[in-house]
Design a protein around this ligand. Structure first.
Ligand code: BTN
Length: 338
């Protein structure tokens, strides 16, 4: 799996002018770029350039304009606009097609619609706010504006149906490794889809799929990360946290975090597709919270089990050592520790 990163492909095929303007400013590294140079590089008039810069200003980008020198990019907003996420993104597929919404019901609903309309693997939907954010097992996901990463990624792996839950674990490793690398925070994975800091949930993963017979058509991988939330509604206050709360009010910027996450997710996804789950399993286990600890697994439509979590199997199911020495494989459950 190699080739040009997707932002280089855009350069060749020239898609969105605003994306290209931002890339030129990024390359200028804080120096002035003349209107003439911009219009020559992009093949459009200086009036058109001025119009695009006005639109970028309205989105929160700050430019200094000086006669005879041109424009200088002073500040970019920390709103993960598609142009921002795609600028310099070092991936082959993930994020090459990115859609940003101020408000959506759920990024999952949007990615499902795009998938059904034939969107390519790697398509990403990001929202600043979700008003009907979805959690696992029919729960809702609190997604207020400006405070988190609410994102869905479309994958089209050639995978047997029973292996699909492994992708939740692949995503968990990508998120943990990215956040640890970017913030140093000691995130841990609680099987199957929770990422915790100091015992509270900071991130959740929702993996939904469409399949025909036992062939996967696509996977909608939903990722929710509480980045800068300062507080939570009372029903979540004891169980949820954010990166900012855990760093005494210091929140990482969302856009670079999303970019790094897409790069890491693609790296691990390709590794998984090429080498299978055995290449991911030790990395998952290295960040697993409950290995060797007593847990209670509340299964839907099945008895609740208590035992010691001893690992995961090759399919990604949780292995539970029972009191009588038997090992149970848990495929879906809510886990309580202790
Ligand atoms: C869970 O822990 O129950 C899963 C939460 C998943 C939340 C994310 S936010 C982006 C995507 N869109 C949604 O509606 N849900 C997922």
């Amino acid at each position: 799996m190699s080739g040009n990163p997707c932002w280089r492909r855009q350069e060749r095929f020239g898609t969105n002018v605003k994306e290209q303007i931002l890339r030129l400013f990024k390359e200028a590294n804080g120096q002035f770029v003349s209107g003439e140079a911009l219009s020559e590089a992009l093949g459009c008039s200086r009036t058109a350039i001025w119009k695009h810069i006005s639109e970028l200003r309205a989105q929160g980008y700050q430019f200094e304009a000086v006669r005879r020198s041109g424009y200088r990019l002073l500040a970019t907003p920390d709103i993960p606009y598609a142009e921002q996420v795609k600028a310099g993104l070092n991936t082959q597929r993930l994020g090459c097609e990115t859609h940003f919404f101020e408000t959506v019901e759920s990024t999952q609903t949007e990615i499902h619609a795009l998938a059904r309309a034939g969107a390519p693997e790697g398509t990403v939907v990001i929202a600043d706010e979700q008003v009907k954010g979805k959690g696992r097992l029919g729960r809702s996901w609190h997604s207020p504006p400006g405070s988190g990463i609410w994102m869905s990624v479309l994958l089209r792996p050639k995978l047997e149906l029973q292996r699909c839950p492994q992708l939740t674990l692949v995503a968990a490793v990508a998120i943990v490794e990215t956040i640890r690398e970017q913030t140093g925070l000691p995130l841990m994975i609680k099987w199957p889809n929770d990422l915790l800091l100091n015992g509270k949930k900071v991130c959740g993963i929702l993996t939904e799929l469409r399949a025909e017979s036992d062939c996967v058509d696509y996977i909608a991988l939903g990722i929710g990360i509480n980045v800068s939330s300062a507080s939570f509604p009372s029903e979540l206050a004891d169980i949820a946290t954010s990166l900012s709360i855990e760093q005494q009010g210091q929140a990482p910027l969302r856009t670079p975090l999303i970019k790094r996450l897409l790069e890491k997710l693609e790296e691990l996804y390709f590794l998984y597709v090429e080498q299978g789950f055995s290449a991911i399993k030790p990395r998952w286990e290295a960040h697993a919270l409950m290995l060797g600890k007593p847990i209670t697994a509340r299964r839907v439509n099945s008895a609740t089990l208590q035992g010691i979590a001893i690992g995961i199997d090759e399919q990604g199911a949780l292995l539970l050592r029972m009191e009588d020495g038997r090992t149970e494989h848990i495929y879906s459950a809510d886990i309580d520790m202790g």
